[in-house]
Design a protein around this ligand. Structure first.
Ligand SMILES: [Zn+2]
Length: 280
């Protein structure tokens, strides 16, 4: 379901990127999207991009990310770590005031696959509560924005089912720069643009906790404008989401990474192997 972003927005100068449209998504019955780990994604049009930022808020970097988004009049979704939201509620409220979508990413960013089902559910739940308290001053039985992303994308079938039964939408990602690895802002920006040009569209994973991401974001947004990309803002709503299925032969990139990293006695775990989102 679409509604124009322009109607209620303050005017944005024509040379800025701007938010092209708002995609209001019903999460009733749940869903899981993002081609890195699921065989479908949101049905974005060619050159449409959803910006997502994980692991914040973080005092050194989140304000820079927010300033870059505001300057280009674009809105993004932030998947918060509950304990960071608890520590920096002012930043969460700034995100909210700026019209960003406040999604959830557990309380303390454990790899949930390594926890018992109960502990995993508790950590997710505690994250919902901490995020909502920081954002809105109180938390209800269900999170106000029912959008969730697994740390390291390490889901389990049971947790996916549990979240879906609670009408939570699960967001993976379609592409990333791998900003959890060391790279210069310039390298990061070029990697994103190359991957985006190849994929043509998608849900982009970034981390507002990363200095390189905060540093390259203004230039990236200008590049997106120059290359004709359009930003889609995702929010909860009534529209049954339209999905686009993965091409034939699709495989989960995440499962291959996780199988290597989480295997007993995995080599490389201590030698710098990284989960897709190991921010801490
Ligand atoms: Zn994360």
């Amino acid at each position: 379901m679409l509604r124009p972003a322009a109607a209620t927005e303050p005017a944005c100068p024509a040379d800025r990127l701007g938010t092209e449209r708002v995609l209001a998504l019903s999460t009733k019955g749940g869903f899981a999207v993002g081609l890195k780990s699921y065989p479908r994604s949101l049905d974005l049009a060619d050159h449409e991009v959803v910006l997502t930022f994980d692991d914040g808020p973080w005092p050194k970097t989140t304000p820079l990310v927010l300033a870059a988004l505001a300057h280009e009049c674009v809105r993004a979704t932030f998947f918060l770590i509950g304990r960071n939201a608890e520590a920096y509620p002012n930043l969460v409220r700034r995100e909210l005031a700026q019209g960003e979508t406040i999604g959830h990413h557990t309380y303390s960013h454990p790899i949930l696959r390594l926890l018992s089902e109960t502990k995993a559910q508790e950590n997710i739940e505690k994250g919902f509560v901490a995020d909502d308290k920081a954002a809105y001053g109180s938390a209800g039985a269900a999170p106000k924005v029912p959008f969730f992303r697994f740390p390291g994308f390490a889901d389990t079938p049971t947790l996916v089912h549990w979240l879906e039964s609670r009408d939570i939408g699960i967001f993976g990602a379609d592409l990333w720069a791998a900003d959890w690895l060391n790279m210069t802002p310039d390298e990061e920006r070029k990697v994103i643009l190359a991957r985006l040009d190849k994929a043509g569209r998608g849900i982009l994973l970034l981390h507002d906790t990363k200095a390189s991401t905060a540093a390259m974001l203004p230039a990236l947004l200008r590049d997106l404008k120059a290359r004709g990309y359009k930003i889609v803002d995702i929010v909860p709503g009534d529209g049954r989401p339209a999905f686009r299925n993965a091409p034939p032969g699709w495989k989960s990139e995440i499962e291959a990474i996780l199988a290597k990293l989480l295997a007993p006695h995995a080599h490389g775990r201590k030698q710098g192997a990284h989960l897709p989102e190991s921010a801490e």
